[in-house]
Every structure is written in structure tokens, then in C-alpha cells.
Design a protein around this ligand. Structure first.
Ligand code: UD1
Length: 366
């Protein structure tokens, strides 16, 4: 079976790494080809993850880069169509919900190639999120839908997708986390930065709904710079957010000391560095999707700066609080966690480090 594994943006790499590793154990049956669309291209947004995760370099890099949604999606489709025609794969595997995910699923399906979606069925019911559109378009086309939790199965069934296509395999991103946890544990970043375990928070912020509007971004940064007086907040700044902070002139909310204090910005961090920080943090503050899941597995309380989540299992079972971006709500929840008022979370079913193996076992039977 010739399989094209697609990655495009930062959150894809840690999802694909265990799948391509599991496939490489069965060279007689599966011939994988790793295609990077190039949606993310900076060293710190892309290449460093291949090194950290021990992933082979992509066989092909389509180099599409940034652009408007239509431009980026269209460029991926044009380039990926050429690859599919030349390579004639039996199956294309896409992960997550970025523009590259949807673009490659549509392209392959229109060429009559079977498509599998890993992390299928997540729904925020928020059509202002580009990712929600990507998820819906991808899932409706796919032949194999690999899901992470019972909510995803229910969503797909409610949308009329036939049960035979849906496979509850668990969470491949957690395969990667569990594999690298011991390595990340003693990385030494805390010592280097003078941080104490449990004595700091981490922050990530990149959703257009939080960073593209000046008033919203200002409210979040002002609130967190005030909260940062109680506990330092380490903030690896996404390139999109950096651009908006500069455009709106909001850099004065950032601390400029050599060691973490207040709201303390850094360049985007590598996978192991950021895992090291999160596993030792008092709390994680984020608008990311994946980080809600990682915090759950690490048992670290997570404050999600959104009004919805496509990952409700992290609230039902895990450590996640979805609080929105209103300053009062942010302060209420962060202060609550700081004073130790939060119930311990549990681990969702099948988030056990074996999800990629389940996917590959299933594909080998096809
Ligand atoms: C994309 C995904 C989002 C995911 C996020 C993780 C879509 C619609 N969005 O959002 O779901 O959570 O990745 O990071 O696919 N840029 C760089 N260097 C890079 C990549 C991006 O400077 O390597 C800058 C560019 O100015 C670019 C902007 O970031 O225009 C946004 O990049 P883009 O890939 O369009 O979306 P993200 O916000 O990263």
C-alpha cells in the first residue's frame, strides 16, 4: 500500500510523527511518503519539530508558504494534485484541521484516491473559526475517520456518516507526548531561566479571534501583564501574534528582563522545550486546541481563552476551563487556580500512547 502522509503546519508534526514511525515497522506492507505543504516554514515553526521528534525529513516540500485562506488553500491544491498524479498513492492521510488538511483531502478525493482523517469529528460549532470549516469539509469526504473521543463519534454519526468509516483509536498527539515526556522532564530550561516547578504559568495565543482585533488583544495582554505580577507567565509568541502586537503597538505590556517575570515573551519554542515548561507549570493559559489536550494528560490546569472548544472531553474528563477572553473571567479563573482551587483531572479513554499503532493495524487489514 502506497500512502502519502501530509503535514503542513506546526500542530500537524506531532500528530504525524507516531503514525509515520508505526508505518516504518511494516515496510513489506506500507510504503509511506511524507509530504510537507510548507504552510509553516520558519525554523522554529517547522524544521525544529522534525529534529525534536526524530521524524524523517519530508520526501517532498511543496513550499506554499503564507497567504490569504483562498490563496494558501489553492496553492496547496495545485501543488498536491501534481504529486498525487505522479505518485498515484492508494491512500492519503491528513491530520488535524489546518488549511493544508482540507486542501489535500479535497484534492485527493477528486482524483479518486482514498483519504483518511486523523482527529476526525471534532466540532466547535463555531463557523467563524477557519478550522471548523476545514474539519467539516474534510470529514464529509473521508473514507476512514479516526477519532479521539466519544464526542467525535457522536458528532460524525449525527452528521450522517456511516458507522463503518468511524474508528475510535485515541489521540496520536498524546502518543508523541508520552514518548517524549521523560526526555523533556530534565531539559534544564527551568534552571537556566531561574524558574521553580509550579512557580510560573505558560501562555500561547494565536487565534484570529484573540489577536486580530486591537481591543481584544489589548484586553488580554493588559490583564495577563497584571496577573504576571503574581506569577511569571512565559509567553512563546506565535509569528502571527508578534505581527499584531507590533502593528497595534502593544509591546509595552511585555517584561523586558533577562529572566522570566511579568508577561515574558520568547520566540516560539521547540517541542521538547515547551513540553518541559508545560509539565512543570502551575497552569497553562491558551487559545490552542492541542494544548488543552496536552495539559489534560500532564494533569496541569488549563485556562482556555475561547468561548467554545471542539475538545469538550478535556473539560468532561480533563483539567480544562473554557473561559473566553473577558478580563474579569480570565482573572477569576487564573486566581482560582493560583489559590489551588481546582479538581484533579483524569485521562480520556485510549489516550495511552498506542493510537498510531491502532491506526496502522487497521490499515494493514485493508
Ligand atoms: C495555522 C492554523 C491553525 C493552527 C496554527 C498553529 C489554519 C487556518 N490555521 O494558523 O489552525 O492552530 O496554524 O500555529 O490553517 N507565519 C510565519 N512563519 C511561519 C508560519 C506563519 O511568519 O512559519 C506567519 C505569517 O505572517 C502568516 C501567519 O503567521 O501569514 C499566519 O500563518 P497561517 O499558516 O496562515 O496560520 P496560523 O495563524 O499559523
Amino acid at each position: 500500500m502506497k500512502v502519502i502522509n501530509v503535514v503542513g503546519a506546526r500542530p500537524n508534526f506531532m500528530k504525524m510523527a507516531p503514525i509515520s514511525e508505526a508505518m516504518r515497522r511494516y515496510p513489506e506492507q506500507i510504503r509511506p511518503l511524507l509530504v510537507h505543504t510548507g504552510q509553516h516554514y520558519d525554523e522554529r515553526m517547522s524544521k525544529s519539530f522534525f529534529t525534536d521528534l526524530g521524524m524523517p525529513r519530508p520526501d517532498l516540500d511543496l513550499g506554499v508558504g503564507s497567504g490569504s485562506h483562498a490563496e494558501q488553500t489553492a496553492r496547496v491544491m495545485v501543488e498536491f494534485e501534481t504529486v498525487c498524479l505522479r505518485e498515484a498513492p492508494d491512500l492519503v492521510i491528513v491530520v488535524g484541521d489546518v488549511n493544508s488538511t482540507m486542501a489535500c483531502a479535497i484534492t485527493a478525493k477528486k482524483l479518486g484516491i482514498q483519504v483518511a482523517h486523523v482527529e476526525a469529528g471534532l466540532r466547535s460549532r463555531d463557523m467563524t473559526m477557519p478550522e471548523e470549516i476545514n474539519r467539516l469539509c474534510t470529514d464529509v469526504l473521508c473514507d476512514y475517520l479516526f477519532t479521539t473521543d466519544h464526542f467525535a463519534n457522536e458528532n460524525l454519526l449525527a452528521e450522517g456518516i456511516s458507522a463503518e468509516k468511524i474508528h475510535f483509536v485515541g489521540n496520536v498527539m498524546i502518543d508523541t507526548l508520552l514518548k517524549h515526556k521523560a526526555l523533556a522532564q530534565d531539559l534544564g530550561l527551568l534552571d537556566r531561566w531561574g524558574l521553580k516547578a509550579g512557580g510560573f504559568a505558560t501562555l500561547t495565543l494565536h487565534r484570529p479571534s484573540n489577536v486580530d482585533d486591537e481591543g481584544t488583544l489589548e484586553g488580554i495582554l493588559r490583564t495577563l501583564s497584571e496577573f504576571g505580577r503574581e506569577i511569571p507567565i512565559v509567553f512563546p509568541v506565535h509569528p502571527r501574534t508578534r505581527k499584531m502586537v507590533d502593528r497595534f503597538g502593544l509591546g509595552h505590556y511585555f517584561a523586558t528582563t533577562g529572566n522570566p517575570s511579568g508577561l515574558w515573551p520568547t520566540e516560539p519554542l521547540g517541542y521538547l522545550e515547551f513540553l518541559h515548561l508545560n509539565m512543570h507549570a502551575k497552569m497553562v493559559i491558551t487559545d490552542s486546541g492541542g494544548l488543552q489536550e496536552e495539559a489534560t494528560v500532564l494533569g496541569v490546569p488549563c485556562i482556555t481563552l475561547r468561548y467554545n472548544t471542539e475538545r469538550p472531553i478535556t473539560c468532561e474528563v480533563g483539567t480544562n476551563y473554557v473561559v473566553g477572553n473577558d478580563p474579569d473571567a480570565i482573572i477569576h479563573h487564573t486566581s482560582m487556580i493560583l489559590s489551588g482551587e481546582f479538581p484533579p483531572g483524569g485521562i480520556p479513554e485510549k489516550w495511552d500512547g498506542k493510537s498510531a499503532e491502532r491506526i496502522v493495524a487497521l490499515l494493514r487489514r485493508c
